[in-house]
Write a protein that binds this ligand. Sequence first.
Ligand code: ARG
Length: 247
Amino acid sequence: MPIMAADHELAQKSTLNQILKRGELRVGLDAGYMPFEMTDKKGDIVGFDVDMAKEMAKAMGVKLTIVNTDYDGIIPALMADKFDIIISGMTVNQERNLQINFADPYIVVGQAILLSKKHEGKITSYKDLNDPKYIVASRIGTTGEQAAKRMIPKAQYKSFEKESDGAMEVVNGQADAFVYDLPFCAVFMAQQGGANLVLLDKVFTYEPLGFGVKKGDPDFLNWLDNFLTQIKADGRFDRIYDKWIKG
Ligand code: ARG
């Protein structure tokens, strides 16, 4: 096949092309990871990632559809073409990257700890929790769970279906600590921490967050990386950052 024809065929197959033809960008996310994606009082899904997705759809000239998907199954759902892209605060790690591609990271976070207030001053790092007498909680299928199991292996580990349920376990005195991404921990602390929690905000993992797409689609990745470069330089990214994270 002549090279130009092969290039053309690849471009036709790109998710990007399918989105344009359909006139719709389908974004997979799991609402519950504040402040990136969560359900507001009216029942709408809002947050940092949602605003990024809106900018993305606008730049493509298509409408946006959010597909709320359980985090534990979000990579299989992408691969089964339930949506075009994962924009869900997903940490780019090497295991996931064996299955899917990631655009350049848009922000870097790390694991932090919501600690029961009864341990204030006595436990000052994840290392102090590494003891069978402590119960550590996180959410299934996340890097929080991985960090708890790998870096605090001697503690008892309790897994939750939703991040808020895991954090509530500490508020209710049923766990000693909740391990999760710092932005979530900071918002949770501000909302319900006061009386029962202490935030240990010194992150102990390195976690770049990136958009996840199917493998073998250089056209889509190229568009996404250039989109990111542009919004980071022209103020759109800063506006979204200030709205959801800085505040
Ligand atoms: N960054 C963490 C991870 O990749 C947590 C992301 C959770 N995202 C969500 N939408 N619930 O595992």
